[in-house]
Design a protein around this ligand. Structure first.
Ligand code: GAP
Length: 589
């Protein structure tokens, strides 16, 4: 889709979300707060349903994953150990003229002729600010504009703009330079930007009554670290066995330099993360002789004991793809980006981003990383607490090995070492631990953003179509075609007329029948067609109308049946009230 076609679509989605109570700007009556959003009644239901589908797919439907609900603020040492204090930053540049702030790696490259200056001098006061500055002259722009911006820059802070004195500044040391695809200039005005510098994305706070460096704390930038930090407690208390996972859904905070694209990149958001712990490949070799090798078409349907990290990683990509298909995001709207070696984080062995075709471009929905044992190693080192697990089966298998066989394992591992500085003693120490049944598990991490998923679901569901009524009148029908599983309201119930007490009473009976089992909506206001349209915009998949047939006024055969309307096709059918509950439950579960 072209950018121009995408923008109105995104605007329409944003407008519908506000109009129907899905998403509001945070603190809107005070002018809003950039990067923060509130979910209204329908948005809260949508998010809850999405959370539930994730929790069910990852936890309830399996017996190898357990849940965690950890605090948002943790000991600051956690973030030192994880590397977030030192390296969780984005490059930032400021416009030297307007002070507007940019994420340096997201600046659109520009070409033109850069006009550089070394300073300026006031012809009347002699004031002479000296500092390098440049403005990019782009196609269609005039040199006068460039010089005006340069004068504004040199006037700033030194000459009272109100006096008009700045207009008389004489620019000094002008020189020009041809520039191609440069990210050093502000895309909106062409003014020079500062050199990129790292900006840590963690939001800081203080715990306790005194604000000092000693009680700095951070709002978690990801839910994952709590899982690593509590890994040993879960292992010791839950009777889980390797391989197994710990999942968590919760808020995360990042002081994004440029929050953008609605709820796609915000400063407060929610993550749904799984850390799936597996045995190191060396343990698999010891137990099973070899690690199953991945190849195109490999059977990933059922985990096997001889899987190493690569098969587990592929397995989780497939599982997550199935999950998305189950809530209406099929292969036609997803894509995959397998990170190249130079893109990988230093600890990652492989990372794949699951991408969604958003109206503003194809962007990341979820990342699935094979993180090795980086995090547990870091937390073991920084906390001084052992986080290794003991694996009885591994110890038993090692008891059958001769000393020569053990030495062969060590020799081979030493010969295959990735880092030439690794000493044989280190390799031997790792294997000796393994022979005793001890290791730090490795991890596969499918990490999804709930708000991004909500946006993907809304973008995928949004549709407009022209419909013509019986009288030949055409109108645009706006409809959110949510999968019934995630739709905020599952079913709307309407009495045909609100001034007929028998219809209202019967409709209320249907409400009472269905309300304990699903989120329903009762609406008796306005013409039935308008009520249908309102529910189309809310994405309600089914509408039930109680009419005179229901009351048996047109014969006994239709008594206690209702009109069931399907949102997508607008087709209607009659269904017995007694069948409604089971029929609907089957559709939404
Ligand atoms: N523990 C790994 C981790 O946090 P990430 O790629 O930084 O990895 C995972 O984040 C997911 O969280 C992303 O794929 C995205 O869906 C979501 N996410 C990250 N930053 C976000 C933001 N600023 N706003 C909304 N969602 C965000």
């Amino acid at each position: 889709m072209s950018k121009d076609a995408a923008t109105p679509r995104m605007e329409k989605i944003v407008s519908l979300c506000k109009r129907r109570g899905f998403i509001f700007q945070s603190s809107e009556i005070y002018g809003g707060l950039n990067g923060f959003w509130d979910y209204g009644p329908l948005g809260a239901e949508l998010k809850r349903n999405l959370r539930d589908t994730w929790w069910k797919a990852m936890m309830r439907d399996r017996d190898d994953i357990v849940g965690l609900d950890a605090s948002i603020i943790m000991h600051p040492a956690v973030w030192k150990a994880s590397g977030h204090v030192d390296t969780f930053s984005d490059p930032m540049s400021d416009c030297l003229l307007t002070k507007a702030r940019f994420r340096s790696d997201q600046i659109e490259p520009q070409s033109g002729v850069a006009h550089w200056y070394t300073g300026a001098r006031s012809k009347t006061t002699g004031h002479s600010p000296n500092r390098d500055f440049a403005v990019l002259l782009r196609k269609g722009e005039t040199i006068e504009r460039v010089r005006k911006l340069a004068r504004e820059f040199y006037a700033e802070g030194s000459i009272d703009k109100g006096t008009g004195e700045w207009v008389n500044l004489e620019l000094l040391g002008e020189r020009t330079e041809e520039v191609n695809n440069s990210t050093r200039f502000n895309p909106s005005n062409g003014a020079l930007l500062t050199e990129p510098r790292p900006f840590n994305l963690m939001l800081k706070t203080h715990t306790g009554p005194i604000e000092s460096d000693d009680n700095v704390a951070y709002l978690r930038p990801e839910t994952a670290q709590a899982i690593f930090v509590q890994f040993k407690n879960v292992w010791d208390s839950s009777r889980v066995r390797m391989p197994f996972g710990i999942g968590q859904i919760g808020k995360a905070f990042r002081n994004e330099i440029t929050p953008r694209n609605y709820i796609f990149r915000s400063r407060e958001f929610e993550q749904m993360e799984l850390e799936f712990f597996i045995k190191p490949d060396e343990a698999i070799r010891l137990l099973h002789g070899a690690v199953a090798a991945w190849h195109e078409g490999a059977d990933l349907s059922e985990p096997r004991p001889n899987w190493g990290w690569e098969m587990w990683h592929r397995y989780w990509v497939e599982q997550r793809t199935k999950y998305y298909a189950g809530i209406g995001l099929g292969a036609d709207v997803l894509d995959y980006h397998w990170q190249k070696p130079e893109e990988l984080a230093h600890y990652a062995r492989a990372t794949v981003d699951i991408l969604f075709k958003f109206p503003f471009g194809t962007e990341e929905l979820e990342g699935i990383a094979a993180r090795g044992n980086f995090d547990l190693t870091q937390h073991q080192k920084h906390s001084g607490k052992p986080l290794e697990v003991f694996d009885e089966e591994l110890k038993a298998a090692s008891l059958n090995l001769t000393d020569e066989q053990k030495r062969a394992f060590i020799d081979e591992a030493f010969a295959d070492r990735k880092n030439p500085d690794t000493q044989r003693e280190e390799v031997a120490e790792f294997w000796e631990k393994l022979f005793a049944g001890n290791y730090l598990p490795h991890v596969i991490e499918p990490s999804a953003g709930l708000d991004r998923l909500a946006l993907a679901i809304l973008a995928q569901a949004f549709d407009e179509e022209t419909v013509t009524d019986e009288k030949g009148k055409s109108e645009t029908r706006t409809v959110l075609r949510f999968h019934p599983r995630v739709a905020p309201i599952k079913c709307a119930i309407f009495p045909l007329l609100k001034n007929r007490p028998e219809l209202v009473a019967k409709a209320r009976e249907v409400v009472a029948l269905l309300r304990p089992h699903m989120n329903i909506f009762y609406d008796e206001a306005g013409a039935i067609g308008r009520r249908y349209r309102r529910q189309d915009e809310a994405g309600t998949p089914f509408g039930i109308t109680v009419d005179f047939d229901t009351l048996g006024e047109n014969g006994p055969e239709k008594k206690d049946t209702v009109t069931l309307r399907h949102r997508d096709s607008m087709q209607q059918e009659r269904m017995a009230i007694s069948e409604l509950k089971d029929w609907l439950l089957e559709k939404i579960s």
